[in-house]
Each structure stands twice: as structure tokens, then as C-alpha cells.
Design a protein around this ligand. Structure first.
Ligand code: NBP
Length: 477
């Protein structure tokens, strides 16, 4: 027998992905550098489907039907290059190496280019949803050559998560690194979503004065409306959880220093390179790093803050409703920024990415799955060349009706000294975009003054410079 697909790298992600393929009726060749893992997989889960255990790279490659589909699920970075170097010489033109790890898209572009010379199709494949997703159906974001998707796509469609309407959460995202790029932005958006939810929680706790249990109830209610999403759902679970050892709310016994693995940071680094303002995602990354500066925080604890002014019960209830509006409006802005980054990459790297299709494959299997994504798809369906999600009529109307509450929430947060970097950055972005005039005109004047950097005029074509050090007459530059 030959295997339709092979998985090398059988730690938690690879093992679960291999099992997912097998459970869906595919014969799966399995391989791992340390073969004990390979045997453990077959011993433990062999009855779930057809596995072919391969001890060596050669046996592994020999077990695969042609064109070969070889999924690499090893630690991102050097291990991925090591595995590619090991397998590439054993492959033939038309075979596929599919990297399902969390690779940086620039590495994926390089690997695709190198392997293309050998006629090997390299598919950088973003896989979201963690170990649970890998086993039961992830959201899958494959890039690489379009031809490879013709042969690989149907298998991925089978093992992927399905959205509520039954559509598989996978699509050919675009060439070379497009899949890993989109996965990266997905993670950046996830950071922003989590930060915004965190701010909503903090406001309900410190401004409304609610307990975690009560806030859990509020999140449960929100989860029945337009904020319906996996993250809101699990937030309610976490907030309702009580620590067994102390009887305190679980959230109160956890050290308040958030960690990160790096994909959020990449999203911001690349956005800086592309010149895309992803201020909400950036604030989310900064908020995590700020939380981790324990010494700095300890040294700052005595700094002056405002006097607390508790809300009455009815004021608190009204405030909670406003927070929902602020959260929703800020969420629209985060997604606007994330999709702008994908759109900018599309132009920069000449990728043909369907933004509506991207939002559709995030509807299941991944951390940011949400009813909201249907709205984004509808926006791009209505207008494929939408310049920004804020230009969509439906989103613009929703923000219009949320904005008074959004502003009120930020007034209250400021007055009570509760930090809301995510909500605030989102509102600043919104207000800056809709402003008739920005102080960038003054910036240009300053730049021309100290560096003769020149400026353009609102009333005439061309570049100009004012002779600041002389008679301040204007010259064409
Ligand atoms: P790890 O990232 O912990 O990697 C362990 C695997 O890499 C083992 O199979 C190990 O083999 C293999 N490996 C290493 Br390390 N160096 C190697 C080398 N030089 N040559 C060959 N194999 C090597 O596994 P994971 O947690 O299952 O994650 C796999 C990938 O999936 C990673 O890229 C990770 O970032 C990504 N991931 C994604 C999600 C998600 O939600 N999408 C979640 C978790 C992980 P050994 O057994 O011989 O040591």
C-alpha cells in the first residue's frame, strides 16, 4: 500500500494532524526524527485508521504515492530547514513539501524559491486552532503554487474545520508565503481581540465595580449577540472559574504578566515595514510586554491616580451596555487594520488574495472564529475592492451608532484611571481617518523648516520649499 499523505514531525501538532488525516480515511505515512514517537503514535492510535510507520527518511518517501505530499510539522526555524534539506534530495519534480509549522512568511518565500528550482512545490501552510484544531479540524491557510492546491486542497477540505454553513475552513490563500502571512495576521488580530476583551473586563471590574462571576454573566449575554465568538465564550468560562485551593476567582490568583510566542510581534514588525497602521495590534503586543515588566510596575505603583468615584447600580448597568458598544466598535477597527495589512502585502508581493475568502476560513477551527466574520465576508462580497472595512456601509452604520457610547467609555476610563490602550488606539484611528485635516500638514512644515524636506500644496501641483532662513519666500523644489 502507498500513503496519500505523509507527516514528519510527530510532536503534539503533527501527531494530531496525522490522526485527523487517518480518521478521514487517508492512508498516512508517519515519520519522526526520533522514531520512538512514530511507534508510540501507531501503538496508541493505530486503530483510528491506516498508518504506515517509517523509520527512515527513505522509507518515508518510498511510502508516498506520487506526486508526494509530505507535511512537515517540526519546530519552526532551523529544524524546518534541516528537514527540508534531508527530504528534498529524495523527492522528484511535482512532489510537494507542505510546511504546517509557524514559519515566518519570509522564510517560506525563500524556501519556496529554493525548492522551485528543483521542481518541488513548497506549500507554506498556516494551521490555526492548536492541538485540538489539528485533531478535530483546524482552519488551514495554505500558500504555495496554485497547482499544488488542485491535488492537496480536497484532502485539506476534508480534514479542516467546517463553518456553521458547512463550508470547509480552507482555501488557497495565494502564492509562496501568502498562507503563512495570513496566519501571522490572524494571530495579530487574535492579540488585539484578546486585549480588547481584557480592557472590557477591567472596565466592568473597576469602573462598574462588578465581580468576575457577574462579568462572566455579562460576557455570556454578549455571546448571544453580535459579539458571538469563541474568545468571548471562553472568557466567560475563565471568569466564572473559581480557584479550588483558595476559593477566590481564578482570575485573581493568576500572575498578571502575559506571555507571547512572537507571531503578534511579527505582525507589527511587518506592518511597520509595509507602512500599515496596525495600532490596535501594536497596543496589544505592547500591553503584554508592559505587563511583564514587573520591576517597572512595582517602581511605579505609588504614582498618583484619580480618586475613584463608584457608579450607582443603574449607572453601572448602563455603563456595561456602553462597554459592549465600545468593544464592538474597537473590534471592527482591529479587523480593519489587520485586513489592511493583508491588502498591503497583496500589493507588495503581488499576491492574489481574496480577502472575503480569508475571513470565511477563519469562521471555524481557529481562535478568532466568530459570527462577526460572516459580516466581513459580506462586506467583501458586496465590494471586492473595498479600500477599508470602515468603508463598508453596514460597518460604518454600526460604528455611527456605537460611537457616542465608545467615547463615553473612554471618558470614564480616563477619569477613573483605567488603561484602555486598545479601545483608545481604535478610536484615535477612526477619528484620524475621518478627520478633514490632520496635523501632518504641520509636521511637513517642521520637516521643511529643519531639513528642507519640501511639501506639497493643497492648491497647486508640485513640490515646494520655503526659504525659512532667508526671506521666507517659497520656491519650487
Ligand atoms: P515542536 O515545535 O515542539 O517541535 C517538535 C518536533 O520537531 C519534534 O517532532 C522534533 O523531533 C522535531 N524536530 C526538532 Br525540535 N528539530 C528537528 C530537526 N533538526 N530535525 C528533525 N526534526 C526536528 O512541535 P509542536 O508543538 O507539535 O509544533 C509543530 C509546529 O506547529 C511548530 O512550528 C509550531 O510552532 C506549530 N504550532 C502551531 C500551533 C497552532 O496552534 N497552530 C500550536 C502549536 C504549535 P524529535 O521528536 O526527534 O525531537
Amino acid at each position: 500500500t502507498t500513503a496519500q499523505i505523509g507527516v514528519t514531525g510527530l510532536a503534539v501538532m503533527g501527531r494530531n494532524l496525522a490522526r485527523n488525516f487517518a480518521r478521514n480515511g487517508y492512508t498516512v505515512a508517519v515519520h519522526n526524527r526520533t522514531s520512538a514517537r512514530t511507534h508510540a503514535l501507531v501503538a496508541e492510535f493505530g486503530d483510528e485508521g491506516e498508518f504506515i510507520a517509517a523509520e527512515t527518511a527513505k522509507d518515508f518517501v518510498a511510502a508516498l504515492e506520487r506526486p508526494r505530499r509530505l507535511v512537515v510539522m517540526v519546530k519552526a526555524g532551523e529544524p524546518t530547514d534541516a528537514v527540508i534539506q534531508e527530504f528534498a534530495p529524495l523527492l522528484e519534480p511535482g512532489d510537494m513539501i507542505i510546511d504546517g509549522g509557524n514559519a515566518h512568511f519570509a522564510d517560506t518565500r525563500r524556501r519556496e524559491r529554493e525548492l522551485r528550482e528543483q521542481g518541488i512545490h513548497f506549500v507554506g501552510m498556516g494551521v490555526s486552532g492548536g492541538e485540538e484544531g489539528a485533531l478535530n479540524g483546524p482552519s488551514i491557510m495554505p500558500g504555495g503554487p496554485k497547482e499544488s492546491y488542485d491535488s492537496l486542497g480536497p484532502m485539506l477540505e476534508k480534514i479542516s474545520a467546517k463553518a456553521a454553513d458547512g463550508a470547509p475552513c480552507v482555501t488557497h490563500v495565494g502564492p509562496d508565503g501568502a498562507g503563512h502571512f495570513v496566519k501571522m495576521v490572524h494571530n495579530g488580530i487574535e492579540y488585539a481581540d484578546m486585549q480588547l476583551i481584557g480592557e472590557a473586563y477591567q472596565l466592568l471590574r473597576e469602573v462598574a465595580g462588578y465581580s468576575p462571576a457577574r462579568i462572566a454573566e455579562i460576557f455570556r449575554t454578549w455571546n448571544t449577540g453580535r459579539l458571538d465568538s469563541y474568545l468571548i465564550e471562553i472568557t466567560a468560562e475563565v471568569l466564572a472559574h473559581v480557584d479550588a485551593a483558595t476559593g477566590k476567582p481564578f482570575v485573581d490568583v493568576v500572575v498578571d504578566q502575559a506571555e507571547q510566542k512572537g507571531t503578534g510581534r511579527w505582525t507589527v514588525q511587518i506592518a511597520l515595514d509595509l507602512g500599515v497602521p496596525v495600532s490596535g495590534i501594536a497596543e496589544a503586543v505592547f500591553a503584554r510586554s508592559l505587563s511583564g515588566h514587573a520591576d517597572l510596575r512595582a517602581a511605579s505603583r505609588g504614582l498618583a491616580g484619580p480618586k475613584a468615584s463608584p457608579l450607582s447600580e443603574s449607572e453601572a448597568a448602563a455603563f456595561a451596555d456602553r462597554v459592549e458598544q465600545a468593544l464592538y466598535a474597537s473590534k471592527i477597527v482591529s479587523y480593519t487594520q489587520g485586513f489592511h495589512e493583508i491588502d498591503a502585502a497583496r500589493a507588495e508581493y503581488d499576491w492574489d488574495i481574496d480577502l472575503g475568502a480569508v475571513s470565511a476560513i477563519w469562521r471555524g477551527g481557529c481562535i478568532i472564529r466568530a459570527a462577526f466574520l460572516d459580516r466581513i465576508r459580506a462586506a467583501y462580497d458586496a465590494r471586492a475592492d473595498l479600500p477599508s472595512l470602515l468603508a463598508d456601509d453596514a460597518f460604518a452604520r454600526e460604528i455611527a451608532s456605537a460611537q457616542d457610547d465608545w467615547r463615553e467609555v473612554l471618558v470614564a476610563a480616563t477619569r477613573q484611571g483605567v488603561p484602555t490602550p486598545g479601545f483608545s488606539a481604535a478610536l484615535a484611528y477612526y477619528d484620524a481617518l475621518r478627520a478633514a485635516r490632520l496635523p501632518a500638514a504641520l509636521t511637513q512644515g517642521q520637516r521643511d523648516f529643519f531639513g528642507a524636506h519640501t511639501y506639497r500644496r493643497v492648491d497647486r501641483e508640485g513640490s515646494f520649499h520655503t526659504l525659512w532662513g532667508a526671506d521666507r519666500s517659497e520656491v519650487s523644489a
